[in-house]
Design a protein around this ligand. Structure first.
Ligand SMILES: [Zn+2]
Length: 242
């Protein structure tokens, strides 16, 4: 095959390679990062659930402390009441009664605090239950999305291998040096290695070409590259007939 015929093959190869390039982006970058983003989101939601669980633990601990305080205050009342019968004078008796009344007021205050702690726990439990239900829903949604994304990746992989088979057939006749140059450009030029000249400019970067450059291309003696975007150039009309 002469160079012009090889370039024709490359232009056909390019149509397949841009598909492979775009599909590979989906497979290796877009879909994995979409999945990663969903995982991070779910993890954040789980973290918020853990915070609520910790808050509830704290409230339960505080309630226990209040109950211990209350028990101590009740014991004080009992002690004071026991002392009442050992007192000799009416004055001492009256003083103890006053003390007991103040201790009882203390008990009432702590009872109130225990009750408030209990209410706070009930509120937090309701909030936690709601969050747990939401999180379960979110987990299910995540796993549905994860399955869908994995399926998309599988489908894209099948498509890539179909294009790769076509590619193998096409490139069989292309000269090794030409192909290796083309492949390097595919890898380094966002999947576009060869560009048609359109209206006197490069079809990839639209840089205007000089007459001399166009004449060099038309000779098809060697691969001519765009000076701006460094891609192989060809004239579409030239390769149509070969
Ligand atoms: Zn160019």
């Amino acid at each position: 095959m002469n160079l012009k015929e090889q370039i024709k093959k490359l232009s056909e190869l390019q149509k397949i390679d841009i598909q492979i390039y775009n599909l590979s982006l989906i497979k290796n970058t877009e879909k994995p990062s979409e999945l990663e983003r969903l995982k991070v989101e779910l993890k954040e939601k789980e973290q918020r659930l853990v915070v609520t669980q910790e808050e509830l633990k704290g409230l339960r601990l505080r309630k226990k402390e209040k109950e211990l305080d209350l028990a101590a205050k009740e014991e004080n009342v009992q002690k004071a009441q026991a002392q009442l019968y050992q007192l000799k004078t009416n004055k001492e008796y009256q003083a103890k009664l006053t003390e007991i009344s103040s201790l009882k007021a203390d008990v009432a205050k702590y009872e109130d605090e225990v009750l408030k702690a209990l209410e706070a726990i009930e509120k937090a439990e309701a909030k936690l239950k709601e969050k747990q239900e939401d999180f379960t829903k979110e987990e299910n949604e995540f796993s549905e999305k994860e399955t869908a994304i994995k399926k998309e990746i599988e489908d894209v992989t099948v498509e890539i291998s179909r294009f790769s088979d076509k590619r193998r057939i096409l490139l069989a006749d292309v000269d090794g040096d030409v192909l290796s140059k083309y492949d390097k450009l595919i890898a380094s030029r966002s999947g576009v290695a060869i560009a048609p000249v359109a209206g006197g400019s490069c079809g990839a970067c639209h840089m205007m070409l000089t007459h001399q450059k166009v004449n060099e291309i038309k000779m098809y003696k060697e691969l001519i590259l765009c000076e701006s975007c460094v891609r192989i150039l060809y004239i579409p009309e030239d390769i149509e007939g070969c």
